[in-house]
Design a protein around this ligand. Sequence first.
Ligand code: ADP
Ligand code: MG
Length: 269
Amino acid sequence: MDAMANTKPAHATSADIVIEDVALRYGKGSSAVLALDGISFDVKRNEFCVIVGPSGCGKSSLLYLIAGLEARTSGSIRVNGKTVSEPGPDRGMVFQAYTLFPWLTVAKNVEYGPKRKGFPAAERKEIVEHYLNEVGLSKFADHYPSQLSGGMKQRVAIARALANDPEVLLMDEPFGALDSQTRHSMQKLLLRVWDHTKKTVLFVTHDIDEAILLADRVLVMSGRPGQIKKEIKVDIPRPRNMDLVMEHDFIMLKREILELLKNDDDEDH
Ligand code: ADP
Ligand code: MG
């Protein structure tokens, strides 16, 4: 079986995401909503790319399209050269709402993908241990999601996504429901995991500090229909920490992004 050749938790090569002139219309006729229009951008291999934009501008929709959970109306989406037409293990998704299986233990949640792929038990055990260790939850393998805090649930969700060894990690406001202290420790954890795994990450947030802290590049979207308004490269050296928010470069970037979002708001009203 094909999966047998790839049972180690070694990492698949990261993909390029190439998006060309994508539009998405929800519904038909007079009630149709053009959620996205003329969306084109690339995400480079190993890049950490962050999308910010006003509520309702289509950020989630865009991730769903790349995940293959929603069908685009027009345009092309390729991940590692392959046209996206359905969900696949090459793309892992982490949502804002905790989406663990409540009836499965932490370990069984993480094991879910490798099990579906038909990996033998010994390999699955190795994968689960590796990724639970990566997110610092080895001691909680036998706990159930209901016994975990929000931050811990998202760490399991990250481990579960990584256990499939995806080429691309799609994250839709994954820390949006967490308190600020937990959020900061999750940001640090994610950057460490990203550094270890070198995945290509496309991360959605409405928190501009979070965007600048995490990103190699920030894509600023405008709303109705959602479009990419500007791409901003974040040249601040890594490792980055929260002290950065007081520094000149950080503040200038933040002002630029806030200004772009504010203009969009003005155009709306
Ligand atoms: P964001 O994540 O940026 O807040 P969404 O992608 O959730 O934005 O939504 C973009 C637009 O598409 C919004 O106007 C929203 O109301 C609309 N929309 C999202 N999902 C659906 C759906 N399943 N059916 C109809 N309209 C939708
Ligand atoms: Mg959303």
